[in-house]
Design a protein around this ligand. Structure first.
Ligand code: ADP
Ligand code: MG
Length: 209
């Protein structure tokens, strides 16, 4: 079953003086249960690519929460946690937006599932990058998403921490979640079953493992 499908998607950014091509006639399918990576150099269109059907980069928290509640989870390079509330409260945010109950227990369970329950009461500023990314993944998981979209999720992490985060995504994939990971590192892409290479807004190659 197809989970994500883009057909002949083109995106221009009109900056006034010049037109920048974000995506140039992209078609892409991802099946339910796949773990796929999208690779390319900086500026190649990777973020536009996976985010564009829903132009997430420009959305505020409210709008993001609505998309999350539509069974999609987002994970970003810079974690995007609110700095002044605890890990637990960050994870609970999507539940608050959707007005759900048992927020505390569910958030704690999500933190446990990514191995970071001991940091529940800590602020993001008191955590390492890897810990923050685990909290962000717990937040992405809180509404039981069918799909997780992760944009350079290891971009700010050292090699060992990157591997542990990729192992976590692999575990989530084994549980049946469809995962799309944007990266510019072969190492990271090698954790996925299929890699789509993007350059100048176009798909130039596809590799299966
Ligand atoms: P990547 O994630 O692969 O580094 P992006 O998808 O962010 O690349 O960007 C693709 C292209 O679109 C780049 O040339 C970038 O400069 C341009 N671009 C992205 N967002 C905007 C924007 N808001 N306004 C103008 N140009 C943009
Ligand atoms: Mg990007």
């Amino acid at each position: 079953m197809t989970m994500i499908e883009l057909t002949n998607l083109t995106k221009f950014y009109d900056t006034g003086e010049l037109k920048v091509t974000g995506l140039d006639d992209i078609s892409f399918k991802c099946d339910e249960g796949e773990m796929v990576s999208i690779m390319g150099h900086s500026g190649s269109g990777k973020s536009t690519y996976h985010l564009d059907g829903v132009d997430v980069a420009s959305l505020n928290d409210d709008q993001l929460a609505k998309i999350r509640n539509a069974k999609l989870g987002f994970v970003f390079q810079s974690y995007n946690l609110l700095p002044k509330i605890s890990a637990l409260q960050n994870v609970a945010l999507p539940l608050i937006y959707s007005g759900e109950n048992h927020r505390q227990q569910r958030s704690m369970a999500a933190l446990e599932s990514v191995g970071i329950a001991v940091r529940a009461k800590h602020l993001p500023t008191e955590m390492s990058g890897g810990e923050k990314q685990r909290v962000a993944i717990a937040r992405a998981l809180i509404n039981n998403p069918k799909v997780i979209l992760a944009d350079e999720p290891t971009g700010n992490l050292d090699t060992a921490t990157s591997r542990s985060i990729m192992s976590l995504f692999t575990e989530l994939h084994k549980k049946g979640i469809t995962i799309v990971i944007v990266t510019h590192e072969e190492d990271i892409a090698s954790y996925t079953q299929r890699t789509i290479y993007v350059r100048d807004g176009k798909i130039i190659e596809e590799k299966k493992r």
